[in-house]
Design a protein around this ligand. Sequence first.
Ligand SMILES: NC(=O)c1ccc[n+]([C@@H]2O[C@H](COP(=O)([O-])OP(=O)(O)OC[C@H]3O[C@@H](n4cnc5c(N)ncnc54)[C@H](OP(=O)(O)O)[C@@H]3O)[C@@H](O)[C@H]2O)c1
Length: 254
Amino acid sequence: MECQDAAVSSLSWALIVGGSAYLVHQTRSHTQYGRYVAAEGLCCPARLGWFLQEVPALLLPLLLLLQPDEPQSSRDRTRRILPLCTFMLHYFHRSFIYSFLTRGRPVPLPIVLYSAIFCSLNGFLQGHHLLHCARFEDSRLTDARTAAGFLLFLVGMTINIHSDHILRGLRRPGETVYRIPYGGMFEFVSGANFFGEIVEWCGYAVAAWTLPAFAFAFFTACSIGPRAYQHHRDYQQRFEDYPRCRKALLPLIL
Ligand SMILES: NC(=O)c1ccc[n+]([C@@H]2O[C@H](COP(=O)([O-])OP(=O)(O)OC[C@H]3O[C@@H](n4cnc5c(N)ncnc54)[C@H](OP(=O)(O)O)[C@@H]3O)[C@@H](O)[C@H]2O)c1
């Protein structure tokens, strides 16, 4: 497939502009999901909802990866495929593991729909750009930067999965109550899972070093950063004994 340069830049800038607009919107009103929305409207069971909304971000890059391509040196191909595999690893976990373990409330149908559209477009954007458009420099500095990016990605993914595991452990099956999370990065921030996910996508962006990867990391920070603040405020109002030294999103800072 030929590189669709114009489509790639338009989608990347749409992520940056859309992320900024979403950030501003979330400073004024709550994200309509989970504890902030009444379960009266049209909703999808949490497990099915998470699966349906996340799996396109795994399937689209996989389809692109399986298409026959122009011959490339094995070094060049590895450089394209490795960042894409990290991206797909995240969405494999989110679609096939997180989805089936979640004990969350039903997800409003519009959120499932918007998220599925977002994951399809972003899965195509990341896959198409890495496989067909990106150009990589051959230098030790590039290798070191790529390695540092992968390391950051793994650290972020570990924090994200561990934090989501702590949250799941706060409920018995069938419960929908909220309790104070303790342990891991929750000792430092209320949005430990969000912090992990932001670190993860920053690592991916550093490893891939492409406009679409940075645009996605930026969008993620704009999209889930405010959720950490909303949860932080919610915990402070809900629990009198909520740990006072805990920050919202960034340990010791914010
Ligand atoms: N890349 C992106 O743009 C993006 C966007 C959205 C989400 N995500 C990721 O997807 C994952 C889930 O996101 P989310 O927004 O649903 O996270 P969340 O609000 O922290 O909720 C995660 C799960 O834990 C439950 N939960 C949260 N706090 C709890 C508490 N104090 N006591 C008991 N249960 C609690 C929630 O139940 P309820 O559903 O019943 O509240 C939900 O099932 C996170 O890892 C996040 O980073 C990524």
